[in-house]
Design a protein around this ligand. Structure first.
Ligand code: AMP
Length: 281
């Protein structure tokens, strides 16, 4: 696997590969890689000839600077995992390479800026758009692969390529989970043993929601049942647990209000903020 830290070197290499007619698949990450990330690399490999990944903890998408400071970083292990997964190129720039000067660009994503992650992490999606638009311009992939765990982010990225008229296909990939169902996340490593145990309530709530929906319970009563469980232990601090139309993320009150429904949850377990979601078909 080739490792690049400079934009010019990455561009030069990829333009040679592109001129051979090879299709480029791109998996952007913030590192501290786990099997969820690796699943994206594998899917990229099944659809493209050259797999490019990036590792960059993007400061502009962190509205909370202490969250940025404690974000896990494991570069050596990441390189090993990407190599084993068959990744061809990893781009690992430092902050000066990506932001030689302050990025003052402002991206707008309509209601997505003001709901769910947009509401709880002001400026987050603008930061994501800043870095992803830069990375897209360096890599110029045919396809880019994103995890459905960040459900709203996938919508933002699809909107971004539309706004910028980029010929990049955005592929959303399924959530990879731990054996107890907890969605894999770099942030899981920040959980204490007790918090890790407590975090399994999130997949439990998802499973309950599925079962209760199948038994015909209303959306409102399911929502009340689930939220009540989180209120029983102060280790949990719920940001949101909500049901939306999966196609536009508009909140709904009844399952019949949308063809495809997604339940999204964001909850602190101790000091660690976790997100998850499930789409009901
Ligand atoms: P991150 O490093 O957290 O920015 O994530 C990089 C990419 O990996 C994003 O597209 C995430 O949605 C995706 N990802 C993170 N966790 C998972 C998971 N458990 N399953 C599938 N994709 C994931």
């Amino acid at each position: 696997m080739l490792i690049f830290t400079k934009i010019d070197d990455l561009r030069a290499y990829l333009s040679r590969e592109r001129s051979k007619g090879l299709r480029i698949g791109f998996v952007p990450t913030m590192g501290a890689l786990h099997p969820g990330h690796i699943s994206l690399v594998k899917i990229a490999g099944s659809e493209c000839d050259i797999i490019v990944s990036s590792i960059f903890v993007n400061p502009t998408q962190f509205n909370d600077k202490s969250d940025l400071a404690k974000y896990p970083r494991t570069p050596e292990k990441d390189i090993q995992l990407l190599t084993e997964a068959g990744c061809h190129v990893v781009f690992m720039p430092d902050e000066k390479e990506i932001y030689p000067e302050t990025d003052n660009r402002s991206f707008k994503f309509g209601h997505l800026d003001y709901i769910l992650e947009g509401a709880h992490r002001p400026g987050h999606f603008n930061g994501v758009a800043q870095v992803v638009s830069k990375l897209f311009s360096y890599v110029q992939p045919d396809k880019a692969f994103f995890g459905e765990k960040d459900f709203q982010q996938v919508m933002v990225i699809k909107d971004l390529v539309k706004q910028l008229d980029l010929p990049i296909e955005i592929i959303s990939c399924p959530i990879i989970r731990e054996s107890d169902g907890l969605a894999m996340s770099s942030r899981n490593t920040l959980l204490s043993a007790d918090e890790r145990k407590a975090a399994s309530i999130i997949p439990d709530l998802i499973n309950q929601a599925k079962i209760l929906k199948r038994s015909g319970q209303s959306l409102q009563s399911i929502k009340t049942t689930l939220i009540h469980q989180l209120s029983k232990d102060p280790i949990y601090r719920l940001n949101y647990l909500t049901f939306c139309n999966a196609d536009d993320l508009i909140e709904i009150q009844n399952f019949s209000d949308a063809k495809r429904v997604v339940m999204l949850i964001a909850c602190y377990v101790g000091k660690v903020r976790l997100i998850d979601n499930v789409v009901f078909n």
